[in-house]
Design a protein around this ligand. Structure first.
Ligand code: CA
Ligand code: CA
Length: 262
């Protein structure tokens, strides 16, 4: 049960969020789940991305240092060419023990592997924005931060697990949000949040933005998220984006500071 003080804080925070941007009521949380704040936007998403950053707190960077507050981010742009498309990105690339890769994230897919897209001027001449998988993607997808994007290959699902940065100690976070590019169909892209007992905390659809950007961020009142199941469009990368298939990929990930599970 929430105290009245906590409820009041939440109402005030919700008003703050509503005053700035498009905010949807969660709606999708199972009964008994702490009610999250949902920040989402399509098109010109930069204000909502910054709003979600503010909700989570200061950027703690990529050092193997524990903090009880703040957030971490991954924008994929510093991944070296040899670990970018057409090659796999190691699932634990951002769970290293040293700075700047100690960000407490492990990325698993039921498909073949996870990948970041190639960068302009790469020595092997690999097309940018996953044009190596389908040439049309270079035109279809847009980068929000610098040009590397992220996607699973061989599946349209990624399971994101959190560790205490720099360690293999399982962790929980108070929120996760991310940028998508080219979500064409309603509810074809979504995040589902799970607690440490693998109980769903709710599933939230990413807003549609054809040929553009979408942002969805969900922040819970305390660190309870152990896993986020991310669904990318309604098909894995490969077919041309069109009436039948909606392929979508992601750019920046923003999440609460991973905390040891209690
Ligand atoms: Ca990027
Ligand atoms: Ca699409």
């Amino acid at each position: 049960m929430r105290s009245s003080r906590v409820v009041r804080s939440f109402v005030l925070a919700s008003a703050f969020v509503t005053g700035l941007a498009a905010v949807a009521p969660a709606g999708a949380s199972p009964a008994g789940t702490p009610k999250p704040q949902v920040v989402k936007s399509a098109g010109a998403i930069a204000p909502q991305v910054d709003q979600f950053r503010s909700l989570l707190g200061v950027d703690n960077g990529g050092a193997p240092v524990q903090s009880t507050t703040g957030r971490r981010e991954i924008n994929w742009d510093s991944v070296p060419d040899e670990l970018a498309a057409p090659n796999a990105l190691p699932a634990d690339f951002f769970n290293a023990t040293t700075e700047p890769r100690a960000r407490g994230v492990v990325l698993e897919t039921p498909g073949d592997y996870v990948a970041v897209s190639a960068k302009t001027g790469n020595p092997a001449g690999v097309p940018v924005r996953f044009g190596d998988i389908n040439p049309s993607y270079t035109d279809t997808f847009r980068a929000f931060s610098e040009e590397r994007l992220f996607s699973p290959v061989g599946s349209n699902v990624v399971n994101l697990h959190f560790n205490v940065p720099g360690t293999t100690t399982p962790a929980v976070v108070n929120g996760f949000g991310a940028v998508y590019t080219d979500v064409d169909k309603k509810e074809s892209a979504a995040f589902e949040y799970f607690d440490a007992k693998n109980k769903s905390l709710g599933k939230f659809a990413v807003p549609v933005s054809k040929d553009g950007y979408s942002f969805l961020g969900v922040a819970f009142p305390s660190p309870i998220v152990a896993r986020v199941k991310i669904v990318y469009g309604n098909n894995k990368l490969g077919p041309k984006d069109g009436k039948k298939y909606d392929v979508a990929v992601m750019d920046d990930f923003i999440y609460g500071e991973p905390q040891p599970r209690t």
